[in-house]
Design a protein around this ligand. Structure first.
Ligand SMILES: [Zn+2]
Length: 354
């Protein structure tokens, strides 16, 4: 091994991690009014050989839990044994929200609208500033793990700005069937990462405050796939069937046109035909009933799970594709593959991705 192939120690938040070592850096985030320090734990796995520094973070919305489990499983993966580069994994970014099972911070701000933040601003701005300066700035690539909101689930999907070729390659490499080319929202981690030329993708899967095994497995596999793409880990010995991700042309939400009790007749991943009956809204106090018809063809990528809805509420998220039939087949095949051999409802832990 030549001198330039040996990594130097990795510095993060004042802690130095030697090549070939892993550690948990406790980054002080706040002091609670109970005088209790509140830290953001950051796992650093530093390879012996230099390479990319990949940030994988979850629960920037404190109630979005699938990513927390994805990171736990990634950190146990055998793939990390001979790592090239560095994995910086933050299972819980919004530690305040996580404690309270809430998306938000105690001042009701959304941390993922506070970036890049400032040293002297609101609680959210200060946390965003700390995270950006101490962690994001140390990384070369990023994956941000999310779920749908409470009572709303997402089919596993990647959201990314595909104008950047490095970002588009990461989005493809993740290996879930659907990619939404999404415009960056003000103040998101993704926006600030893009602004400093850090290729970044968002993985959206499942529902807040719930574990969804398929979403978790797809996420673990996706993170490892991206690490393979970046040559941080070795290629798979037994590659999974190739998924050709499809990029949605656009997507739209179908909203409730009245208040009432909502029943869905379609499931996530279903192929939707134009004018198809998607669900009904009825009243428990009268015989009134309203049908909800699909305004366009596509794939159902997000859905409301709560039967009680108000007028205007988002019920169905439909992504539109050029070749809907082919995409639907890919989605079905992927769903069957990802849960192969798993008996849901048992205590059997699925094997860690090789
Ligand atoms: Zn989120």
């Amino acid at each position: 091994m030549s001198a330039e192939e040996v990594a130097v120690p990795f510095e993060l938040a004042g802690v130095s991690v030697a090549p070939g070592r892993r550690t948990v850096v406790e980054m002080p985030a706040a002091q609670l009014y109970t005088n209790t320090p509140l830290n953001i734990p950051v796992h650093v796995v530093h390879g012996r050989r230099p390479g990319p520094v990949l940030l994988v973070c979850a629960a920037i919305h404190g109630d979005e839990l699938n990513g927390v489990e994805i990171i736990r499983r990634v950190l146990q993966s055998q793939s990390l044994r001979n790592l090239r580069g560095t994995l910086v994994a933050v299972p819980v970014v919004n530690v305040f929200g996580f404690i309270h099972k809430s998306r938000y911070l105690p001042d009701r701000r959304d941390l993922n609208r506070c970036f890049p933040g400032s040293e002297t601003g609101s609680l959210g701005a200060r946390m965003a500033w700390l995270f950006k300066n101490q962690i994001l700035d140390r990384c070369t690539h990023a994956i941000d793990l999310h779920t749908g909101a409470v009572y709303r689930s997402n089919l596993p999907q990647i959201r990314a700005n595909l104008d950047s070729s490095a970002t588009a390659e990461m989005a493809q490499a993740f290996g879930v069937p659907l990619i939404l080319n999404s415009v960056l929202r003000d103040g998101t981690l993704r926006e600030v990462a893009e602004a400093q030329n850090i290729p970044v993708i968002t993985y959206e899967a499942g529902e807040a405050l719930r574990f969804d095994e398929a979403s978790i497995r797809a996420g673990v596999r996706g993170v490892i796939n991206v690490m393979r793409h970046l040559s941080m880990v070795a290629p798979a010995r037994k590659p999974h069937p190739l998924v050709e991700p499809s990029v949605a042309r656009s997507s739209l939400w179908v909203r409730a046109e009245r208040d009432g009790v909502f029943r869905s007749l379609v499931a996530l991943g279903d192929r939707i035909k134009k004018d198809q009956l998607l669900g009904r809204i009825s009243s428990p106090f009268s015989s009134d009933e309203m049908q909800i018809l699909a305004p366009c063809a596509g794939i159902l990528v997000g859905r409301d799970n709560l039967p009680l809805v108000n007028e205007g509420e988002a019920l169905f998220h439909i992504a539109r594709f050029e070749e809907v039939k082919e995409v639907a087949e890919q989605v079905q095949a992927f769903a069957a593959d990802i849960l192969e051999g798993v008996t849901l409802g048992t205590s059997t832990e699925p094997p860690i991705a090789p």
